[in-house]
Design a protein around this ligand. Structure first.
Ligand code: RP5
Length: 163
């Protein structure tokens, strides 16, 4: 198996059901990835070390999914200049709004790219990671364009059937 270039980090094994979607989408695009459980508050030292080592392990993009006060993406971003995409998860009684604000409201200087709450976010994070990698990979860019075309064709077909 080729070395992972995208790390999909989640705060808990309870996030795996949703974050596995990121891995599935990256696998579809042929992007080597890894799934990692690391908690910003339960294993802070391991999480910091993971982010510090990521670049020299060949990781190009980090996806971070967490629920509640979702500081995972921000903590990872604080320890690396690799792009970090945060997926806010719906894990608490606040429906993911807590995580969304934690991910999206990073103070200036240490960015985290925020995507949609939950499953759509896990999917979009993987596509965005592929788009970042595709800046210097024409083969991957073609796969992304084909993916968009397939999506559009499906909508056009549904509309045709409706008539
Ligand atoms: C966050 O708290 C995790 O990312 C998870 O979404 C949430 C609940 O974690 P568990 O208590 O289920 O381990 O840190």
């Amino acid at each position: 198996m080729s070395k992972p270039v995208v790390s999909i980090v989640m705060g808990s094994d309870s996030d795996l059901g949703v974050m596995k979607i990121s891995a599935d989408v990256l696998n579809e695009f042929g992007v080597a990835n890894e799934l990692v459980i690391s908690s910003a508050h339960r294993t802070p030292d391991e999480t910091a070390k993971f982010a510090e080592d990521a670049e020299k392990r060949g990781i190009k993009v980090i996806i971070a999914g967490a629920g509640y006060a979702a500081h995972l993406a921000g903590v990872l971003a604080s320890k690396t200049v690799l792009p970090v995409i945060g997926v806010p998860l719906d894990a608490s009684s606040l429906g993911g709004l807590d995580s969304l604000l934690s991910v999206v409201q990073m103070p200036g200087g240490v960015p985290v790219a925020a995507v949609t709450i939950g499953e759509a976010g896990a999917k979009n994070a993987a596509i965005l990671a592929a788009e970042i990698l595709a800046v210097s990979d024409d083969g991957l860019k073609k796969k992304l364009k084909d993916y968009r075309k397939k999506m559009a064709d499906k909508v056009i077909e549904k509309n045709r059937k409706l008539k």
